[in-house]
Design a protein around this ligand. Sequence first.
Ligand code: SF4
Length: 292
Amino acid sequence: MMKRRLIIKLNAICNNKCKFCIYSFKAWRNFAQRDTSCIKEIMKSNLRYGIRQVIFTGGEPTLRPDLIELISYGHHELGLETHLQTNGRLLAYKSFCQDLVVAGLDYFGVAVHGHNPSLHDYLSNCTGSFQQAVSAMQNLARLRQKFITNTVITKQNYRHLSDIAKMVLCLGAQKYQFIFPHVSGEAYINRKIVLVKMKQVVPFARDALQLGIKFKRSSTIKAIPFCLLKDCDSHIRRSIYPDEKYVFFKDEADCSLWKGERCKRCSYNEKCEGVWQVYPRLFGTEEFVPVT
Ligand code: SF4
């Protein structure tokens, strides 16, 4: 049975400035960060709902000084499986990776948006961030830690999804995931620069997802609906985590989803969560044809 998971946003600061970030950097200034005891209480109080995994995310959670304490509390005192979603830059320091392992971190998720420095650093808006993410993965492999990677799909990288998959598999990733961007915050501000139609992405995504089968590793894709990827629907995250819900703090991001009237006729309707509301406003709805 799927373990119930709790996703906690630890902060809203970051040492990257990704062009597709779902938060607007201006709005981030108003984010009220919860203190250490409050985060511990959130973890503890959710045990009664059967939570078995906690995922720390941000912003950039490694910038939080109490991260080690929070992981240790979740893992050692509450018995939770602990996950971290990071841009990987601070994990370029092996001693920090070791501290996280000792604290009880079970899974690392590293963001990788390109297969070379120019692509990744362009999207992260930070020179050197690619090399640090690669060093992070090398450190984790040397420490025999399990890590997965997350790649946000953009106009600049969608043709290179297979190159990215090959690179992270060679570096030892257990799993890789592609994410169609949530059109909010910086992604909305930069929509003309970074956004691409889902239909254009699909052939490249399909090839890249299937590479995982060859390498005997799993691969998933998030936020592209079933009607566009029906021939590899088992890779769609919604198939794997049907109950997953996105919880955003007030005013952070527009998290509403769109489905059309004709979706009612689709055989995937019950499973499908639809697409981010803003997407049909920008690109129309003709891509989403019910599967019957
Ligand atoms: S329900 Fe709508 S958006 Fe979802 S797979 Fe079917 S047609 Fe596509």
